[in-house]
Design a protein around this ligand. Structure first.
Ligand code: SF4
Ligand code: SF4
Ligand code: SF4
Ligand code: FES
Length: 984
């Protein structure tokens, strides 16, 4: 700590603490417009001038140093602050009362008040630019833009999409998209960072415009008239009284605008934010305090909420009668569900029923569904969609280090010297995690290796991009391990102290020479050696992987090989190291954690363990089934075999997201009784006997667990739509119809029960998760959590990790003369999965209206294909008709199809082959024949899609260029200004 005097009072500054942070933390005040703690010093506004030892400096760009005497209020500082802010007001018209941004958090408004500005010396000047309305989600008004550059900094260095800049040399500077494009045609990915950090109304969500204020919905002519009136009285009254009127209007808004914290419903990053609502209208999503994301979001979390008020929400239970659905009351539907489930149980036994939980539902809902299956029906036939993606990664970690979760936090990925990404399109599938890696790579010298079939954004940014042959990652990973051990580059000290099984592991690597690996993977020996040396030379390495690894017949083994590599290089147990299988759905981690698995009760406690069973039997006051149940892959088989007769499925579009979708749909058609609970009439509902209308995340309370094992609370933003119920209530109602006698009044009571039965969650409760607080499991009874796992020991009885030998077998479905092309598949940034939620947001649909198949330029030329050509893809299992998109993201005979389609789902083509350890389908092992159809349509990606933009990377807002303008002088007339610049 250093001792600093601020306005006459001694204060203790933290190491490297900026003066502005110290002043704010210790209760002082200094104006600041461009500074945002999550962006760091931008230095464009000059309003934070303070006097230090007689010199003026920017408080936002100067670290507090021992012995400093700081004045925020000296005549010199105050004059400089006012002068700087006066320049800002010349760029911004104050019409707060009729501004949608008059919500108490407008920096321009608040600084006018703080500095008690009554009249501006430099009059407002309009800029010669039109408002840009071309993005579906937000608009830019150059006339209101104060050129603070926060948006540029956020886009360049936090989101790292590098779309924004300011043309400082222009007589009329403004914010530019791609150096001068319209927003709609630029590379902007609509992540919303810029809108979130804009300190005024220059960038605003369109959902706010005309809705937030009491007067802002007036016609433009009326508004202009009112603004003129306000401007007219300003010379006489000054801003003080005008601001009083706007503050009264803001106070009125407080009564009708609700701000409620929630957690994103889409991917596993776990972004959290406030949702602003007026009645059922979503005004905006405001991220700031989320422990995983801060100000960050992607387009889905920021703008993808069209499904909430979509007109086709299910609002009444449906019962199939004579092949058609009819509406029914809740009483009738619940009674029917209970009667049929009991009849089938009595007739065919408890194990003829099965339950599928949803990774979109809360932890409490998952817990309750598996309790219904086990305690009320008496079967362990319960599973969730982690089977489709994450189970192999969990298996790899169980085998080697003991816990089936990310070994650290997103902050560790940020800190790492080296990040290796294998089989993950992180920038599209886990966009906010990608921002952290992109930023560390751009600003902090982090190194990046990417292995993938496609040259996606992370691959393009990588220091080293590997494109191995499909399904050969295990080979090069093992070859790297062998090379490191052979060359004495492994971490011997770590191995001796913390790892078992080295000799057996070393032996298992014999087949993985560089020569063999190069031959089988098509990577060069030099490339594999380079990977090994980069890992050996880095102080800390994190490996991130996803479905490009797990969705193979050897998904568990590849995940194991990754963890083995981390172990031999000592990349566990320290900040900036570890294994990160990136979880797909918002709560896929939590669904498994809370027992929706055929072999595990909550907290991965085995159903085979009598002590565990006894604890749950005592808690639930029932006898529990002893044998492990069917997973969702086995359930489909069991239906075809006539062993499984009834299913209760919540919130999963299983008929198109499971592999070999035609086969799965055929199975559903054979069920005697099928209950589907969802918020829309999904494709899977078509096979149901009863459909129950659940509630989306914004309409309920509960918790989600994100990829970094972070448990977070979501609060109810809106009442459930009339006719719908939160899913935990529906499960409770079904349970009670079956005689459960449950009386949960709130999900917190369910969580208390979970904590009492599950050591891993012993200390989890709703008080500890209040607001933006979170816990990363395991959580001890006293509430201590573990952001970084294995800091003291690995999760095995002797505290040591285990090297687990794996060999390469090769893929199941390989191209041949008939099916000559390899088909890869995965997510798209804009849509989540098949798009059941995201297609209901108009702007997303506009930018990304359909699925497509990516075809390499070489193959396109060979087959006479252009973007828009319709093709029929035919596999051994089915066929789909889809338009081609020619792109160099894919190479040669490798195709890629995103999964955002209900009409032409890629899973009509995928097989029933699975990873034998986990039964995860080998979605990524798929060969097809491509028939080129005569029809040529529009490109499946419209010109307004961000992929056609041309980003303009630069180091940040580049304020030095502003300082070089001939008309720029530092406020205070350059009187003693010292321009300190902070290192980022
Ligand atoms: S990508 Fe677009 S929305 Fe995101 S920060 Fe950049 S300009 Fe703003
Ligand atoms: S648009 Fe950008 S530069 Fe303009 S006021 Fe907003 S954040 Fe500042
Ligand atoms: S989809 Fe994922 S990255 Fe995007 S806002 Fe939601 S949690 Fe964050
Ligand atoms: S806050 Fe803008 S220059 Fe310091």
């Amino acid at each position: 700590m250093s001792n600093v005097e601020i306005d006459g009072f001694p204060q203790a500054a933290r190491p490297d603490e900026l003066l502005i942070d110290l002043i704010n933390r210790t209760g002082g005040s200094v104006p600041h417009v461009c500074y945002h703690p999550q962006l760091g010093p931008v230095q464009t506004c000059d309003t934070c001038m303070v006097e230090v030892n007689g010199l003026l400096i920017r408080a936002c760009a100067t670290a507090a140093a021992d012995g400093m005497t700081v004045s925020t209020k000296s005549a010199k500082a105050a004059a400089a602050q006012v002068e700087a802010f006066d320049r800002i007001l010349s760029n911004h018209m104050l019409y707060c009362t009729v501004c949608d941004n008059n919500n108490g958090n407008c920096t321009v408004h608040n600084t006018t008040k703080l500095l008690a500005i009554e009249h501006q010396r430099i009059p407002f000047q309009t800029k010669p630019y039109e408002v840009d309305n071309t993005n579906p989600f937000y608009r830019y008004d150059p006339d209101q833009c104060i050129l603070c550059g926060r948006c540029v900094e956020a886009c360049q260095n936090v989101e790292v999409n590098e779309t924004l800049s300011i043309n400082w040399e222009d007589p009329n500077p403004r914010v530019l998209w791609d150096g001068g494009s319209t927003i709609g045609e630029s590379s902007c990915v609509s992540c919303g960072h810029c809108v979130t950090v804009c300190p005024c109304n220059a960038l605003m969500e369109k959902t706010m415009l005309g809705h937030a204020g009491f007067l802002t919905s007036l016609k433009k002519s009326a508004l202009s008239g009112m603004i003129e009136v306000v401007k007219g009285v300003e010379p006489e009254t000054g801003y003080g009284s005008i601001l009083q009127v706007s503050e009264a209007e803001h106070a009125m808004r407080e009564h009708r605008i609700r701000k409620t914290k929630t957690v994103c419903t889409y991917c596993g990053v776990g972004c959290s934010f406030d949702v602003w609502t007026k009645d059922r209208h979503i005004l905006k999503v405001a991220p700031e305090h989320g422990p995983a994301n801060g100000i960050s979001t992607c387009v889905k979390g920021k703008f993808g909420w069209g499904h909430i008020n979509s007109e086709d929400r299910l609002t009444t239970p449906l019962i199939r009668e004579d092949g058609k659905f009819r509406q029914a009351s809740w009483d009738e539907a619940l009674a029917l569900v209970a009667r049929r489930l009991l009849e089938i149980k009595d007739r065919d036994g408890a194990d003829s029923l099965a339950f599928i939980s949803s990774s979109k539902c809360t932890n409490e809902e998952s817990y309750l569904l598996q309790k219904l299956a086990r305690a009320i029906i008496g079967t362990n036939n319960v599973d969730n969609c982690s089977r489709y993606c994450q189970s192999p990664a969990t298996m790899g970690l169980f085998r080697t280090v003991g816990y089936g979760g990310d070994s650290g936090s997103i902050s560790d990925m940020e800190k790492a010297d080296l990040v290796v990404i294998i089989g993950s399109n992180t920038a599209e599938s886990h966009p906010v995690i990608a921002t952290r890696v992109k930023s560390s790579h751009k600003l902090d010298g982090q190194k990046l290796i990417v292995s993938d079939l496609r040259e996606h954004e992370m691959a393009r940014r990588a220091d080293l991009f590997l494109h191995p042959k499909p399904a050969t990652d295990l080979i090069w990973i093992n070859a790297v391990s062998r090379y490191l051990l052979d060359q004495g580059l492994a971490n011997t000290k770590f191995l001796n102290q913390w790892v078992n099984g080295l000799e057996e592991f070393r032996k298992s690597l014999e087949p993985f020479s560089l020569e063999a690996a190069a031959r089988l993977t098509a990577l060069s020996e030099r490339t594999i050696r380079t990977v090994a040396h980069m890992i050996a030379e880095a102080n800390s390495t994190c490996i991130l992987w996803a479905m490009g690894v797990t969705q193979h017949t050897q998904g568990s083994d590849i995940s194991t090989a990754i963890s083995n590599l981390l172990l031999i290089t000592g990349n566990y147990m320290r900040p900036g190291t570890g294994a990160y299988p990136l979880r797909g759905h918002n709560n896929v981690q939590g669904a498994s954690d809370h027992g929706s698995m055929p072999n595990s009760l909550p907290g991965y406690q085995s159903v085979d363990d009598p002590e565990v069973r006894q604890r749950f039997e005592t808690g639930w006051k029932v006898k529990l089934p002893t044998s492990r149940g069917l997973d969702n892959h086995q359930m489909v088989e069991a239906i075809h075999e006539g062993k499984l007769k009834a299913m209760y499925l919540i919130g999963e579009e299983m008929s198109i997201v499971d592999s070999n979708a035609n086969y799965v749909a055929d199975a559903f058609a054979k069920l005697d009784f099928f209950v589907v609970q969802d918020i829309f009439f999904s494709n899977t509902c078509r096979y149901a006997d009863v459909v129950l209308p659940g509630a989306p995340s914004l309409e309920k309370e509960g918790t989600f667990t994100s990829t970094e094992r972070r448990v977070q609370r979501l609060y109810q933003v809106l009442e459930p739509l009339a006719g719908c119920k939160p899913d935990w209530k529906i499960i409770q109602d079904v349970g009670n119809q079956l005689g459960a006698g449950w009386h949960y009044r709130h999900p917190s009571e369910i969580m208390d029960e979970i904590a009492s039965l599950t050591p891993m969650f012993a200390g989890v409760n709703y008080e500890r998760l209040a607001g933006y607080q979170s816990l990363q499991w395991p959580v001890a009874a006293d509430g201590t959590d573990e952001p970084l796992l294995y800091t003291k020991r690995f999760a095995f009885p002797d505290g040591k990790a285990r090297l687990f030998p794996v060999s390469w077998i090769g893929p199941t479905d390989v191209p041949n003369a008939e099916f000559d092309l390899h088909l890869n598949n995965g997510r798209l940034l804009e849509h989540f999965h098949e798009g059941n939620l995201t297609y209901r947001t108009e702007g997303i649909r506009e930018k990304t209206p359909d699925t497509f198949v990516e075809v390499s330029p070489q193959l396109a030329e060979e087959r006479g294909i252009q973007s828009g050509t319709w093709v029929q893809l035919i596999s051994r299992y089915g066929q789909v008709r889809v338009r081609a998109l020619v792109t160099d993201r894919v190479q040669g005979k490798e195709l890629y199809m995103p999964m955002n389609s209900v009409e032409s789902p890629v899973n009509r083509l995928t097989s029933s082959h699975t990873d034998p350890m986990t039964n995860t389908p080998a979605y990524k092992e798929n060969s097809v024949h491509m028939k080129v159809l005569a029809e040529v349509g529009e490109s499946p990606l419209p010109r307004i899609n961000s992929r056609f933009g041309h980003p303009t990377p630069q180091s940040g807002v580049e304020v030095e260029r502003k300082w070089k303008r001939p008309d720029y002088t530092p406020p205070g007339n350059g009187n003693g200004l010292v321009q300190f610049q902070m290192k980022k």
